[in-house]
Ligand binder design. Structure first.
Ligand code: ADP
Length: 601
């Protein structure tokens, strides 16, 4: 069951079938009026009940405005509604109100008439007549122009474009009347009754100091009808300046900038309420207030004229808003952000993994180097083992041969020089055997032999042994041995091995020096602190900081055919004997190696 508002009395509710007539002044194609018509019909159904029968007439009075047409229209309506018991009539816009008031007695005598969308001056006039009610609507252009003056600082002219239809003329007159209020602030130019082509042509030359106001253009100067808002659309399309309208709600939909005008959506509801009271025979309170206004703006136009939303009147309606990227695609944007985050996480994970792998590869490279090093060490061990084994037999044969020769010389009684030479061979052979033994014991990891011997004596033996080498290499040997014997506890062969290595390195370091500058000094000294030193000094290039740092590391060599183990063995031997070895650069150039060994107490 439909429900009527509380303030509507029982008598109204008891009406058999309520019938209401809505009179629209224009044709049904005028968008604003047709929208208003829909709102009114809906409001009537809400107010009077869903079963209310609503008749709608489109009087088309703007297009057909002859007396004859009007007379025939009245005749037609009188016949059409004869016998119907209308509970009320709604007249939409001023022209249908005039029509309804003029022909009320003939068409619907005694039936209350409520008007909608009628200006204040007209409303006040007609409301004085019994049975006619309605709230005025405020189409005042002044607030719109005031707004324009605020947001366009250089504004000097308002171009008012109107047409030739009676409704258009009505508007032209109204704006002329209101324009007086803004005298001195802005100038009004009226382009009334021009053809659309001319209007568009003139618009093209509009200066920066102007805005356009087009209240109504149903028919242009060429007699062309444009009732669906086409005129405003055509104007807005070419206007180089903002186009305002007092029918702002509709105007913004066809591309106008905007304006301040009545809020149509509420008009129908308010009219239906008044009609319900009037139909029920109750007093109709007319506050004299106008229907509420509101501002409407077109979003793309706000952007075009660089107007901020904060500059608009409160509760402005903005149409055709193009959502920002995030508003339009927030779902997709969120997905994209999530994908990017996930991707970033993956990339980070991959980078971490890659870095780890790089580190692992670096460690692997170090391991590989160590392995290569160990391989070389073991290879060296193997070669040394084989060499010492292979050499021990010919050396034993030499020993036997020398001994046999010595015996032979002894038997023949020929001592002298031959005997001394044989003795030298025997000693050298012994040293070679000792060296081999040492290598073997190194491989077997046996501790060095320990006995007391004279350090100077060992050095002298080496010097004698190497004399030939020195003369071949054109090296002058300068021995400087302490006079007192230096008793050392340890392995004389190992100590000699150290000395041989140091001397050979010195000789090799001087290979590039001129023959006269190849001097090698070998010095032994008792240090007076229970130890003795052996210092070998050459006149070669000395040690670079890098070489000095790595000198004693196994396999460190700067020579093409070097093995790089000599110095590391020297260091090991020095330490095995409780001593130390040091590499220095001599003050007058060249390298100095200093071996310090403890003396036997
Ligand atoms: P190798 O002689 O096989 O290279 P060493 O362990 O005896 O191995 O020497 C290591 C490196 O130390 C040499 O390659 C050389 O660069 C440097 N070195 C040793 N003695 C001298 C020296 N007297 N003068 C300059 N550089 C030297």
């Amino acid at each position: 069951m439909p429900s009527a508002p509380a303030r509507v009395s029982e008598s109204h509710r008891s009406l058999k079938q309520r019938q209401i007539l809505v009179l629209n002044s224009e044709g049904s194609l005028l968008p604003l009026i047709s929208q208003l018509n829909r709102d009114v019909v809906e409001a009537i159904k809400t107010e009077f009940g869903r079963d209310t029968e609503v008749f709608v007439e489109w009087l088309d009075l703007s297009r057909f405005h002859s007396k004859e047409y009007e007379g025939q229209l009245v005749e037609f309506l009188a016949r059409k509604y004869n016998g119907q018991s209308l509970a009320g009539v709604v007249a939409v816009t001023e022209m249908s109100l005039r029509f309804a008031a003029a022909h009320r007695e003939r068409l619907f005598p005694g039936t209350p008439v409520v008007h909608v969308a009628v200006r204040e001056s007209e409303a006040t006039r007609w409301n004085k007549m019994p049975g006619i009610y309605g709230e005025a609507v405020d189409y005042d252009p002044v607030p719109t122009i005031k707004f324009a003056l605020e947001v366009h600082p250089g504004l000097k002219r308002v171009v008012v474009i109107t047409g030739t239809a009676p409704f258009d003329r009505l508007w032209e007159g109204y704006i002329r009347m209101r324009a007086g209020q803004l005298e001195g602030r802005v100038q009004f130019d009226f382009w009334a009754g021009l053809s659309m082509a001319e209007i568009r042509q003139r618009l093209a030359g509009l200066g920066e100091d102007a805005v356009v106001l087009s209240p109504s253009l149903l028919s242009d100067g060429a007699g062309e009808w444009m009732i669906g808002g086409e005129a405003l659309e055509k104007i807005a399309e070419v206007s180089p300046r903002p186009v305002y309208s007092v029918f702002a709600q509709r105007a913004v939909e066809v591309g106008a900038f905007g304006g301040i005008g009545p809020d149509y959506s509420q008009m129908g509801t308010r009219a239906a309420r008044l009609l319900a009271l009037a139909a029920a025979g109750q007093p109709v309170p007319l506050s004299g207030e106008t229907a509420p206004s509101r501002a409407w703006f077109n979003w793309p136009q706000l952007k075009r004229w660089r107007i901020q939303e904060s500059q608009l009147p409160p509760q402005s309606v903005i149409v055709n808003r193009v959502p920002t990227f995030l508003e339009a695609y927030w779902g997709r944007a969120l997905t994209a952000v999530v994908i990017i985050l996930v991707q970033s996480a993956f990339i980070t994970a991959l980078l971490i993994q890659w870095r780890r792998r790089q580190r692992a590869e670096e460690q692997l490279a170090v391991k590989r180097d160590e392995l290569a090093h160990l391989t070389r060490v073991s290879l060296f061990g193997e070669i040394s083992g084989t060499l010492s084994h292979e050499l021990s037999q010919p050396l034993a044969a030499i020993k036997l041969g020398v001994e046999a020769a010595q015996m032979h010389v002894g038997l023949q009684g020929e001592g002298g020089e031959t005997g001394r030479l044989l003795q030298n061979i025997a000693r050298a052979n012994d040293r070679a055997c000792g060296l081999l033994e040492r290598v073997r014991s190194m491989i077997r990891r046996e501790p060095p032999s320990r006995r007391s011997f004279d350090f100077n004596e060992s050095v002298r033996e080496v010097l004698a042994l190497m004399r030939g080498e020195f003369s071949t290499r054109k090296v002058t040997l300068i021995p400087n041995l302490s006079e007192a014997p230096l008793a050392i506890q340890g392995d004389p062969v190992q100590i000699q091995q150290v000395l041989v290595n140091l001397m050979l390195n010195g000789v090799e370091a001087m290979a590039a020096s001129p023959a006269g500058q190849r001097r090698l000094e070998v010095e032994t000294t008792s240090l007076g602190n229970g130890s003795a030193s052996l210092v070998v000094t050459d006149q070669g290039p000395g040690f670079t900081p890098e070489v000095r740092e790595k000198l004693f590391e196994p396999f460190f060599t700067t020579k093409k055919t070097g093995l790089g183990i000599g110095m590391s063995i020297c260091k090991q031997i020095a330490e095995d004997h409780g001593g130390s070895i040091q590499a220095l650069n001599a003050e007058r150039g060249g390298a100095t190696i200093r071996l310090v060994l403890p003396l036997t107490p």
